[in-house]
Write a protein that binds this ligand. Sequence first.
Ligand SMILES: NC(=O)c1ccc[n+]([C@@H]2O[C@H](COP(=O)([O-])OP(=O)(O)OC[C@H]3O[C@@H](n4cnc5c(N)ncnc54)[C@H](O)[C@@H]3O)[C@@H](O)[C@H]2O)c1
Length: 367
Amino acid sequence: MRTDRLRVGIVGVGTWANMAHLPAFAAKANCVLAAVADQDAQRAEAACRRFGIAHRYRTLDELLAREDVDLIDVCTGTAGHYALSMQAIEAGKHVLCEKPLGRDLDEAYGLAAAAKRRSLLTAVGFTFRHSPAVQRFKALIDDGYVGRIYHVQGFEQNSLYHDPTQPRPAGWWGQGDAGALGGYASHLVDLVRWTVGDFEEVVGDMQTFIPERAVNGGGMGRSECDDSTMFLAKLAGGVQGVFQASWLAAGRPPGVEIRVFGDRGGLKLHLTEHPDGDETLLGADIAEGIYRPVAGIEPAQWPMEEWPQFYFSRLVSNFADAVLAGGTAEGSFEDGWRCQQVLDAVALASRERRWVRTEEVSPVPAH
Ligand SMILES: NC(=O)c1ccc[n+]([C@@H]2O[C@H](COP(=O)([O-])OP(=O)(O)OC[C@H]3O[C@@H](n4cnc5c(N)ncnc54)[C@H](O)[C@@H]3O)[C@@H](O)[C@H]2O)c1
């Protein structure tokens, strides 16, 4: 890189950008928040005021006309991820994009291929890779704590969107948006690919329990995306997997749970907002079978931040340092498209009511 400070432009400064992305970049010493773009001028103005950002625009086009931005962060809804990330890649920028990387495998693969061709670094907003408990969970599996894995179970369940009278922007629940599969199961698939292994075959069921939801500005709109998805999987090495993603299950976010059971022991991980602490990691060896808290989670004491900011600061730090040092970042667009392949296979399995091999869903890149 030509400088020791990265100049960052963020497109989409809504709810999640304000909770996680903006505070994370603002706290990172070798990053400068140079500009934001949001089609909602009030949101752009509010972000600039809150974080002392000098420049704001309505479109990414206008932002990219600046030549002094090194990295683009895409934090719009899923429908915008492909076009905006591709525009940033074509302008030669390193890109962080929220999950799921695209609306389907072709979009996700197209982005990964385009970034690779231009040797640009990429990261997907796979927040939970940066949880200290998840990192300890992975290290223990890699060290053989559970031995040969037989079973993995993964859940992201909370009641964040259970209330249909809570207004959302029009299109928020449309087909272009992610639903529980893209929005929540994307995290599960990524974490399990990263810690346990590749998905080979899936069967699942996607449901929309609440078909109408309140829209900003008044009235009700049709919800076309799933609000609950369950699936079974066979992973490499014959590992059996059971998964569910739902935002209709009583509980606080993120509500991520992963359990692995092997021939030497088991691990149970739970991330949820709780007065006693947001992370729990329990382990048991096969002989005793009693689950106890696992030691060695770093840092043992969290700073004052809430989990979105804390995890995302670690994600941003990992990505920005990789860009500046010319290394690789955790959770790249390559991981993004491989995750999307599993999500598309689950959607196909649900539509056709059958088991689907993940390789059956092959990418056909648009570019
Ligand atoms: N990684 C995580 O754990 C996590 C958690 C929550 C949300 N997310 C992801 O973050 C993304 C944003 O979610 P949100 O809840 O903040 O949504 P939001 O609707 O609150 O905010 C999106 C913002 O993007 C703007 N926008 C949309 N299209 C645009 C375009 N083409 N040009 C400029 N601005 C545009 C909108 O005006 C809005 O301000 C989603 O992809 C979601 O999946 C990730």
